[in-house]
Write a protein that binds this ligand. Structure first.
Ligand code: ATP
Length: 860
């Protein structure tokens, strides 16, 4: 076997340390990739795959990207969730003996990108890390490197709760221990679509120990330790903008499990996974990127604290009352750049003079915002204005140091103002005077030679030169001018005098550019000291932006301030679904009331398909969430208690990701709700049981309703097509039937989308099928079958009047006595022995199945 060349050996050695990354291996003006990396990268980046002789038996697959345009390719890979290791030549190839030394200088991973173009400005870009504290307890730490935000939480209710905590947050990468169970690792990638990275080190060393100094709960420390150790090892540069770790006590926020976050489409829709059509889409009237990110965070964590919410309402109200000032505030906020990310870049050392100029412009707006807030009548707004720190000292520093139009790069000069530094002024004088001298020389030469078109120019190769057109050459005196370059129509000359001045000008210019660079680095260091104050300002501005967004949307859409009650009742007058209402263009949304209290703790909703049952249920949950983030709500009036958790089982959510059947998902979602809900929770259950046979489904649906009714007492909206369930109103005192009204008009169903008391009488399924334009013959046939079934049903009910069915739905003990099954006693004993409190719905179903089997066997 032939041996690889030394360069390929070097490549393989480095690659072995970065197995899970694309290794961008610098070769001259290109980053090259080899072997499997090349095969994969050529596919992902759609670049040509070639091969080269690397000394081995076969040619090596290879592809490459030019060094100067590498950032786009890197961005592309990172966006797809890959990691890229940048391997540079770290010695001058001219002096290298043998193969040039190469090292990985940076690791770019989805969770640690800092470049503006790789970040979505309206989204945080989190890297998270986990630590398994015990079987049921997990610590999680978050960091957004681009803003410095750092937080941690303790999840005490097991793995599913951890997944719910992580679900749907803008997390791009999760750092874990390689010892985390493989099924858990698989669940993370399948559920969350994140890149997994590994780090074993959990201890927190200097300077990061300062960030956890005041942490109330040290249990979360290992997760943060893992996170900073990973970030530090990948970045190899300063990350001193990380804010102290903020402890998130999950119990202080509205609990939203994974299913609810998804089903309620809070920040993205289920189908398209985009913002459009989500609640965030409706509410996001923010005008700064920071505000937009803050709003998303609030939506992810609605509050439970009455006082904090009331404060938010007051601010929204204050902004709504003062329309003119609010409009002006919006305008002022629009011109504030992303202070949070600018602060991040200052710390990271990749801020340029244009960024600092943006900072200066933004700071210039703060005094106007302060003045504006002082004019509002709401005291809270005035106080917020007074609390804003305009960072006048930083503004003065930037004003005195930066020019008005600096270039993007920091190595070209023109960044620092005259008068900022004496030495720089001296160099500039020398250079400017020199240029003035050249202009005067041009005049003198023109006069002396009498050549009007004579000019003095400059190029990089020859420096300054005197240019004379061919036609005028005869006018030049002999001997004084030295010919340097011949063009088609002109000749270029130099003189000793010109060259002498040139070296003075150029050296002054060179020195001034170098000095500007040094001064800029110093300025950057000075700005670093302002980072904590800048971060605080960014936080205050982003909150203001969210409040003005709430006020803007509330006014635009006619939302009202909710009244938070301490009792259990919900009263919503003329409530609407904020998103459906917004997307309905020509049609009018039909508002509906919601009234739930002790005797209507469960609403059983019936009504035809497409009538608006799910919309009504979601509307209630979204109204609650809006109220608990501090926004006004889409209704004429709303009195709401503060809910501790929301659970949902809505829609056809086939969990293909986790490879589970629709029915299994339905059961898992139901189990989750039933195990975690309290009497202060809100549960939405949409057509539970429809994923299995009718009797199974109905049995489960009823058992679940009874369980919620008797054991939990949570406010529950339960929609169903099983009309039999409506009879539960008689046996369950806290259950109330409502239905969505539809009418038949000339053989067609007309949806009125109106909620009314009582149970619906017809299902109208065939009409909906007709609306869906199923073939006419099929519809006719369905109508005939329906008629036959209905006739049979009546016959069947008649025949069964005296006898034999074990009634699930009547709750009539006398009926049970009539069951003519020999072994009834045994079955009854079995049912009696069930410990329902300890059983999951799945267990219940299994037991039920066994009993049914027994009954059927006996009858045969
Ligand atoms: N209050 C309303 N006002 C106007 N249109 C509504 C209203 N509620 C629902 N709709 C419209 O009716 C459509 C169907 O609503 P929804 O999905 O809630 O019905 P459903 O009763 O849950 O149907 P299914 O039983 O088939 O799941 C919605 O997409 C919406 O366009």
């Amino acid at each position: 076997m032939r041996k690889f060349t030394p360069m390929i050996e070097q490549y393989l050695k480095i690659k072995a340390e970065y197995k899970d990354c694309f290794l961008f291996f610098r070769l001259g003006d290109f980053y090259e990739m080899f072997f499997d990396d090349a095969l994969k990268a050529s596919r992902e980046l759609e670049i040509t795959l070639t091969s080269r002789d690397g000394g081995g038996d076969e040619r090596i697959p290879m592809c490459g990207v030019p060094y100067h345009s590498a950032s786009n390719y890197i961005k592309n890979l990172v966006e797809k969730g890959f990691k890229v290791a940048i391997c540079e030549q770290v010695e001058d190839p001219k002096v290298a003996k043998g193969v040039v030394k190469r090292e990985v200088v940076q690791l770019i991973t989805p969770g640690t990108v800092m470049e503006g173009t790789m970040l979505n400005e309206k989204e945080n870009n989190y890297i998270a890390s986990l630590a398994e504290i015990s079987e049921q307890v997990f610590a999680v730490a978050y960091n957004d490197l681009s803003t410095g935000e750092t937080s941690a939480a303790l999840v005490q209710a097991g793995w599913d709760s951890l997944l719910s905590e992580l679900f749907n947050r803008p997390i791009r990468e999760i750092v874990i221990s390689k010892h985390l169970a493989t099924d858990k690792q698989a669940a993370l990638t399948a559920r969350l679509n994140v890149t997994l990275s590994y780090c074993e080190e959990e201890s927190i060393n200097e300077p990061f120990d300062m960030l956890v100094k005041d942490l109330e709960d040290p249990t979360v420390k290992p997760a943060f330790g893992r996170l900073v150790n990973y970030v530090q090892s990948t970045q190899q540069r300063a990350v001193d903008h990380l804010k102290p770790v903020q402890l998130i006590v999950l119990e202080q926020y509205l609990g939203l499990d994974m299913y609810s976050k998804r089903n309620l489409e809070l920040t993205e829709t289920i189908m398209k996974k985009g913002k459009q059509g989500s609640l965030l889409w409706v509410l996001d009237q923010t005008v700064t990127a920071m505000g937009s990110r803050k709003l998303k965070k609030w939506l992810e964590r609605p509050l439970l604290n009455h006082q904090a919410l009331t404060k938010r309402y007051l601010l929204v109200e204050g902004l709504m009352h003062d329309f003119i000032n609010r409009k002006e505030l919006r305008t002022q906020l629009k011109s504030i750049y992303d202070l949070e990310r600018l602060a991040g870049r200052v710390a990271f050392g990749n801020v340029n003079a244009r960024d600092l100029l943006q900072l200066k412009i933004s700071l210039g707006k703060v005094p106007c915002i302060k003045a504006l807030l002082a004019q509002f009548s709401a005291a809270d707004l005035v106080n917020r204005g007074a609390a804003l720190d305009p960072l006048a000292d930083l503004k003065i520093l930037l004003e005195t140091s930066l020019t008005e139009d600096p270039p993007i790069t920091i190595k070209e000069g023109n960044m620092i103002k005259d008068g900022y530094d004496d030495k720089l002024d001296q160099y500039r004088d020398a250079s400017r005077n020199g240029k003035k001298w050249i202009a005067e020389l041009e005049q003198r030469e023109k006069q002396a030679t009498n050549i009007k078109s004579l000019k003095i120019g400059y190029n990089r190769v020859f420096g300054y030169y005197i240019e004379v057109t061919r036609a005028n050459l005869h006018l030049l005196p002999e001997g004084k001018y030295e010919r340097k370059q011949t063009l088609t129509n002109a000749e270029r000359f130099i003189t000793p005098e010109l060259k002498e001045k040139e070296s003075l000008i150029l050296s002054a210019e060179e020195k001034s550019i170098e000095l500007e660079y040094q001064l800029f680095l110093k300025l950057r260091e000075q700005v670093k000291k302002f980072i904590p104050r800048l971060q605080k300002l960014a936080d205050q501005i982003s909150e203001l932006d969210v409040f003005q967004a709430f006020a803007t949307i509330s006014e635009q859409e006619g939302y009202v301030k909710p009244t938070l009650t301490t009792g259990p009742a919900i009263t919503i007058n003329k409530g609407r679904h904020p998103v459906v209402e917004k997307v309905m263009k020509d049609q009018m949304y039909v508002p509906n009331d919601v009234s739930m209290d002790k005797t209507s703790q469960i609403l059983l909703i019936t009504g035809p398909n497409m009538s608006g049952k799910s919309t009504y249920m979601r509307q209630v949950a979204l109204t609650v969430i809006m109220a608990q983030i501090g926004c006004f709500v889409p209704a004429d009036q709303a009195m709401l208690p503060i809910f501790d958790k929301i659970f949902t089982r809505i829609g056809a959510a086939d969990d293909l990701v986790a490879g589970q059947s629709t029915f299994m998902v339905e059961m898992l979602e139901a189990r989750h709700a039933l195990t975690h809900a309290t009497e202060n929770s809100l549960i939405l259950l949409d057509e539970i049981g429809r994923g299995t046979s009718t009797y199974d489904g109905m049995a489960l649906a009823q058992a679940i309703i009874e369980y919620v009714h008797n054991e939990i007492g949570a406010k529950t909206l339960f929609s169903t097509h099983y009309h039999e369930l409506t009879s539960l109103e008689q046996s369950l005192v806290n259950l109330k039937n409502i239905h969505v009204r539809a009418e038949e008009y000339e053989g067609e169903v007309v949806f009125l989308h109106q909620i009314e008391e009582g149970a619906a009488d017809e299902s109208y399924g065939i009409h909906v099928a007709k609306l869906a334009q199923l073939p006419a013959a099929l519809i006719e046939r369905a109508a005939v079958i329906l008629a036959e079934l209905e006739a049979k049903q009546t016959e069947y009910e008649h025949a069964n009047k005296q006898s034999v069915q074990l009634s699930f739905f009547g709750n009539e003990p006398e009926m049970a006595k009539q069951v003519q099954v020999k072994d009834y006693g045994k079955i009854a004993a079995a049912i009696e022995s069930f410990n329902l409190m300890e059983m999951t719905p799945m267990d219940a179903m299994n037991e039920l199945y066994q009993l049914q089997k027994k009954v059927r066997e006996e009858r045969q």
